[in-house]
Ligand binder design. Structure first.
Ligand code: GLV
Length: 319
């Protein structure tokens, strides 16, 4: 029996699966586990099942000890894990790609609709108790049909978002490290462009790239100026891909029409400038937040941990 530390609350089915074979120590709250408590608990762990809110770095790996074999993140993004530090210590790191693709694309598209059709503004108006009535020019938004979606990062979630956009009658351009499979590109009618062209031609720019040094502040003041004044920026990837202060300034000055954000630069803090603006929709990192998706993510993380503990390859290693 190995010792498995789970750093936060996960669906019971995943805990049961782990408990059937191993000794499981799961943090059950309240709130997130504190750093000191986490460093104490991981001591002697053979496997860590981690949430994206926990930083897995050299200090934590050393606190666990040399018997540690696997860190199984319950997230597709793994910017909370120092992967080279894992590799140096012979620890396998895994994530949960695939199972949250559709749920995250749903939230991306929800943000696209909310921002372009001013749903947040409308909701706030009604709840404020202010008088309102139907009017020809009341809360007019912007239609999607015939407009262009620019997808930055055309992995699974980018493609799933593009598929939704196509169903809404949008044209697709994308910027990505690699060319799309020709069949998928033809199905979506998607054209690969560089970031400059994408920013210039898109009516909605949606971010789906991983976060790392190469994508830190990928969208800053210069990129916001390069977008159309009528365009919208959507982020369901990671907050620091956008320079949030620059975005707040651009939205305030009407340099772009609006934005929809599920993730934030200094999460859970949100730039105070954004909170004052009506042309940005803000939701609290809900991309994968459905019962079905979170269960599938936790089960996949459990499968990854179990596979490594039994000496086999994990289903979804971070390569
Ligand atoms: C959520 O943000 C994830 O990376 O899974």
């Amino acid at each position: 029996m190995s010792r498995v530390v789970v750093t936060g609350r996960v669906p019971e089915a995943a805990l049961e699966k782990l408990r059937a074979e191993h000794d499981v120590d799961a943090w059950t709250g309240p709130g997130s586990i504190g750093r000191d408590e986490l460093l104490r608990r991981v001591a002697g762990a053979d496997a860590i099942v981690s949430l994206l809110t926990e930083r897995i770095d050299g200090e934590l790996l050393d606190a666990a000890g040399p018997q540690l074999r696997v860190v199984a993140n319950v997230a597709v993004g793994y910017d909370n894990i120092d992967v080279p530090a894992c590799t140096e210590r012979g620890v396998i790191a895994t994530n949960t790609p695939g199972v949250l693709t559709e749920a995250t694309a749903d939230i991306a598209f929800g943000l696209i609709l909310s921002a372009t059709r001013r749903l947040g503004e409308g909701e706030r108006l009604i709840r404020s108790g202010q008088e309102w009535k139907w009017g020809m020019f009341f809360l007019l938004g912007s239609s999607l049909q015939g407009k262009t979606l620019g997808v930055v990062g055309m992995g699974g979630i980018g493609q799933a978002t593009a598929r939704r956009a196509k169903a809404f009658g949008m044209e697709i351009v994308y910027q990505s490290r690699s060319e799309l499979d020709p069949g998928v590109a033809a199905e979506l009618g998607a054209r690969r462009v560089d970031l400059d062209e994408l920013l210039a031609v898109s009516d909605v720019v949606s971010l789906h790239c991983p976060y790392g040094p190469a994508t830190h502040h990928l969208i800053g003041a210069g990129e916001l100026v390069a977008m159309k004044e009528s365009a919208y920026l959507i982020n369901t990837a990671r907050g620091p891909i956008i320079d949030e202060a620059a975005l707040a300034a651009a939205l305030g000055e009407g340099q772009i029409a609006g934005a929809g954000l599920d993730v934030f630069e200094k999460e859970p803090a949100v730039h105070p400038g954004l909170l004052e603006l009506d042309n940005v929709v803000l939701v609290p990192h809900l991309g994968s937040a459905t019962v079905e998706t979170r269960t599938a993510m936790a089960m996949l993380a459990a499968d990854n941990a179990l596979a490594v503990l039994s000496g086999g390859p994990p289903p979804t290693p971070i390569s």
